[in-house]
Design a protein around this ligand. Structure first.
Ligand SMILES: Cc1cc2nc3c(=O)[nH]c(=O)nc-3n(C[C@H](O)[C@H](O)[C@H](O)COP(=O)(O)OP(=O)(O)OC[C@H]3O[C@@H](n4cnc5c(N)ncnc54)[C@H](O)[C@@H]3O)c2cc1C
Length: 595
């Protein structure tokens, strides 16, 4: 079984030192988000995740969920339900929800390290409470007061969980194709009918009720994505006084058998005239659902980060213990029969790749989360607008890069174990299997790339990109940077200029041929992620050097940054070359000629 220890030192470094979150929270008026409170949350969160959730990770993988076809009820793996009860009892479900609905009112970014811990400790379990947060956001922003009153408190205090019901058998990425229908019943109720597939936590035994947020079409809906509305469909009907009524006409028809996250229930849900309520305006459901999807996209990015970190921790422990061969430059541990594999350059290549992507990714992911708070609570309108633009720009990068790196890191970590990584005993193959879904759900990497380049950069005239470029420039201009950080200024400046030129070139080519956007999107997304990470590494070194952290901590940041700049950042060259190869290299072969 793989082990997990919450990386509290680096979490604190990213949140408090690099991002200065404590001061930012204070400026935004979060009076309770003091360092003492947040430290206590981190400590307690680490204890819960290390001792309760992490040991259940292998159990969930082995047992999976099971469906009673006669009743449509789902049983979760041994211990999952009890762990959820502890989670609710500990007040974790409402950590960042508003106080008026029973939450603890902490900033969004303060909950992010806990989220990372849950993902690392037990990704499959974490998927059950995950969508409650998105449902809470959607109702807070688009729900009517009576809907908030009736549905939000039980979501926030964890008595119920939420789901996000978009996907249908013939419609995944292209939601304009969806067929689920909602017929008005003459009052404020609708009868929702249709089949949704792949619904995470669509049925389970954690809570008495589940709140499904369902996309469906009204009878007069225009065709395509402009005719989609959002509905709340509770599994069990809710009376006016909040008590539970009769079972609603929604039922789990089957569970998917999957490559990974076996402990997470992925359900086919059949809605058969189920009672539902419209959320927001008719035909504007996609906009309301986007509130939920954006929160969920950042959250899935953190799943990639959490898995990478757990995989790295285990690979590091193993590489220090496993004795094989001697170092090329002579024995490093002559008293032992062989050297530990961490002496070998190739093993170090894999470990350092993981370390660089995890720690840099942590600063990048937490920073994006901070923009959620700033976009709502910053003191002046200009700062709020800037945070909003940056958040929109960074969301596809965080989602796609952290999950692609999650796949990469879990594979590197598995490789460090040799054949022992491939067998089940050490839990490394589970991490690699679990990581794979993160690049697919909540919009595939390809779709994140189109969102970044097509919408966020080209359609919105690069407002968020400009904020990021300005941040890089401001860093490079910082007077009196510590010497180790100064070494990164020239390469960072060069990448900044190259990024701008590359964006301009794509824009020019796209004006003549729209296929250029799709052809460049994936490479542009990865390119952007690597440049952003270079910035976070340079900044991390500057912050570490100026802090009173131990010399070993500073050296680790410095050397990992040097590794990143010299050995990972050059991946941007290949991405830029692929982009400049143009759409023709992808589109010239006729579809019929592929075989
Ligand atoms: C375990 C699991 C849990 C899930 N949980 C949920 C959930 O809770 N709620 C929910 O609603 N859905 C859920 N999903 C569905 C998931 O979000 C979709 O599978 C995903 O969005 C992709 O849709 P699809 O599978 O239909 O693929 P398709 O849309 O058919 O795409 C197939 C391929 O084509 C590519 N592609 C499609 N269109 C374009 C384009 N325009 N340009 C470039 N490439 C394109 C895609 O990137 C992909 O590589 C889940 C899926 C799984 C497997």
């Amino acid at each position: 079984m793989s082990r997990y220890k919450a990386p509290l030192a680096d979490m604190r470094f990213a949140l408090f030192d690099v991002l200065g979150a404590e001061a930012a929270f204070e400026r935004m008026g979060f009076a309770d988000a003091t360092r003492d409170v947040l430290d206590a949350v981190l400590e307690e969160g680490a204890r819960f995740n290390e001792t309760v959730l992490a040991p259940l990770n292998a159990v969930g993988d082995r047992e999976g969920c099971s469906l009673d076809v006669a009743t449509g009820e789902v049983t979760t793996p041994t211990g999952f339900r009890q762990a959820y009860a502890q989670y609710v009892e500990g007040g974790w479900s409402g950590l960042t929800a508003p106080g008026e609905f029973g939450g603890q009112g902490l900033p969004h970014a303060a909950g992010v390290p806990l989220k990372e811990m849950i993902d690392a400790a037990n990704l499959a379990w974490g998927n059950f409470p995950l969508l409650s947060h998105g449902a809470t956001e959607a109702l807070l922003h688009h729900g009517e007061p009576w809907q908030q009153e009736r549905f939000l408190k039980p979501l926030v205090d964890g008595r119920w969980t939420g789901t996000m019901c978009l996907t249908e058998p013939h419609c995944g990425t292209d939601l304009g194709l969806l067929r689920t229908r909602a017929e008005p019943l003459g009052d404020d109720r609708y009868a929702v009918s249709g089949t949704k597939i792949f619904i995470t936590a669509g049925e389970h035994d954690f809570t008495d009720n589940i709140l499904h947020l369902v996309l469906a079409r009204l009878p007069d809906a225009p065709a395509g994505s402009k005719g989609i509305s959002l509905f709340i469909v509770p599994k069990v009907r809710v009376n006016g006084d909040g008590s539970l009524g009769e079972r609603n006409a929604v039922r789990c028809g089957s569970l998917e058998h999957k490559m990974g996250i076996h402990g997470s229930a992925t359900c086919v849900l059949n809605f058969d005239g189920a009672e539902g309520f419209l959320v927001g305006q008719p035909h504007k459901g996609l906009m309301a659902m986007f509130t939920m999807m954006n929160t969920a996209r950042l959250a899935v990015g953190l799943q990639g980060l959490g898995l990478s970190d757990r995989a790295y921790q285990n690979a590091l422990l193993y590489s220090r213990e496993r004795l094989q061969m001697r170092s090329l430059s002579g024995p490093k541990f002559p008293d032992k029969p062989a050297d530990p594999i961490i002496v070998h350059p190739d093993v170090r290549r894999m470990l350092l790749t993981c370390k660089a992507l995890v720690e840099g990714g942590r600063a990048m992911g937490y920073h994006a989360a901070l923009q959620v708070d700033l976009a709502h609570h910053a003191g002046d309108a200009a700062e709020r607008a800037q945070a909003d633009a940056l958040l929109g720009f960074m969301t596809p990068i965080v989602k796609a890069c952290l999950t692609e790196w999650g796949v990469e890191c879990t594979y590197h970590a598995l490789q460090c174990f040799g054949g022992h990584g491939y067998i089940a005993e050490h839990g490394m193959e589970q991490l690699a299997r679990d990581a794979r879904i993160t690049t697919l759900y909540e919009g595939t990497t390809g779709i994140q790339a189109l969102d970044l380049l097509g919408r966020k950069v080209l359609q919105q005239q690069g407002a968020g990109l400009k904020v990021m470029l300005d941040m890089i420039e401001a860093f490079c201009e910082t007077p009196d940077l510590p010497a180790p950080a100064q070494a990164f200024v020239a390469p960072l400046r060069a990448k900044r200029a190259e990024w701008q030129q590359l964006t301009l070139r794509i824009g020019q080519r796209a004006a003549a041929d729209a296929e250029e956007i799709g052809a460049a999107a994936h490479d542009y997304l990865m390119y952007s992620g690597y440049v952003c990470l270079a910035y976070w590494w340079a900044r991390s070194v500057a912050v570490a050097e100026a802090s009173d952290r131990p010399a070993t901590f500073k050296a680790a940041k410095r050397e990992t940054a040097r590794f990143y700049f010299r050995r990972i950042l050059p991946r941007t060259l290949a991405h830029a070359a692929a982009i400049d190869a143009g759409a023709d290299t992808l589109m010239s072969l006729e579809a019929e000629a592929f075989d």
